[in-house]
Ligand binder design. Structure first.
Ligand code: CP
Length: 325
């Protein structure tokens, strides 16, 4: 029997966006196509469409964020939704209120969507299981589990630069073990049908079970980068590391930092990506991060269109409140 995917409604439409794992290829393509239609909005002088007028979206960020929180807020505003940014540090959470009680209070204010970032894997999924039926939950990053909108903005950036996914060899480099971004990217890349996904990093940061996701593992960066079309660099997630998982940052940079010298092993038109925040001189040389092959800031721009797409698709399953125009 086919297992029910909590992310989809009974018609197979997106209701929550918690992970790229297990979603059909066509749904991922629909997200990319919908984002393409919104990309033009962000270039207009009046950067707004009335699609979510009368809807209320709450940003619940229990963990630090610059890019994800601000682009979710901009995306909601460009769709004409009302946006609440709950200040977690000064909220009743600090007095011991549970997440579910906080959410019940927000539901009582007739909110329509929760955007959730949390340090614990599974938090967004837990919330999605407990919210009222008309509410959608979007995962803005949970522990080392998933960061699906980051993965989709990365897919959008790759498709805009390279066209078809099928011929591409993609390398993901660095701290695979702790990376929710890498997991979400691997599921999206394999579902979209790229030729090969490689993961590159030290043995301590590349778990052996990652092979079960259909990727090839490399511990030698020059070998792993040979003939790749796309290089995705990852941040060292020091806050999630316990014990000595690394040699010194200097040695890590020598072996796995993306320098001009190592970049030369990839295809001459290989694109360089990083979800941010970047650590210059640890994961990547400044001349590469700021160079002509880097699309790091384009990724940030594309985050707005992708988040507009996911918000509008997820809220299309429920009706706007009575009287909304
Ligand atoms: N890429 C990303 O998630 O960045 P933030 O932590 O700044 O949101």
């Amino acid at each position: 029997m086919k297992r029910h995917n909590i992310q989809l409604d009974s018609n197979g439409k997106l209701r929550h966006f918690l992970s790229t794992e297990g979603l059909p290829r066509q749904l991922l393509v629909d997200i990319l196509d919908t984002a393409e239609s919104f990309a033009g909005v962000t270039e207009q002088s009046v950067k707004k469409v009335p699609l979510l007028r009368g809807r209320t979206i709450v940003n619940l960020f229990f963990e630090a964020s610059t890019r994800t929180r601000t682009t979710f807020e901009l995306a909601a505003k460009r769709l004409s939704a009302d946006v609440l940014n709950l200040q977690i540090a000064s909220s009743a959470t600090a007095k011991g209120e549970t997440i579910l009680d906080t959410l019940a209070n927000l539901e009582a204010m007739q909110c329509d969507m929760f955007v959730v970032r949390h340090a614990e894997s599974g938090t967004a999924h837990f919330i999605a299981k407990h919210v009222a039926p008309h509410i959608s939950v979007l995962n803005a990053g949970d522990g080392s589990h998933a960061h699906p909108t980051q993965a989709m903005l990365d897919m959008f950036t790759i498709r805009r630069c390279k066209g078809d996914f099928y011929p591409l060899n993609v390398a993901i480099v660095g701290d695979i073990k702790h990376s929710r971004v890498a997991r979400s990217q691997i599921h999206a890349l394999t579902t979209l049908g790229v030729h090969e996904v490689r993961v590159i990093g030290p043995k301590t940061l590349v778990p052996s079970e990652i092979k079960e996701l259909g990727v090839h593992t490399y511990h030698d960066m020059r070998a792993g980068l040979r003939d790749v079309d796309v290089i995705i660099m990852l941040r060292l997630q020091n806050e999630r590391m316990s014990g000595a998982m690394l040699p010194s940052e200097h040695e890590y940079y020598n072996r796995y930092g993306l320098t001009q010298e190592k970049l030369a092993y990839a295809k001459p038109d290989a694109m360089v990506m990083h979800p941010g925040p970047i650590n210059r001189g640890v994961e990547i040389e400044s001349s590469v991060a700021d160079g002509p092959r880097s699309v790091i800031l384009q990724q940030v721009t594309h985050g707005i269109a992708i988040r507009m797409a996911v918000m509008s698709m997820a809220l299309s399953h429920s009706q706007p409140p009575q009287g909304a125009v």
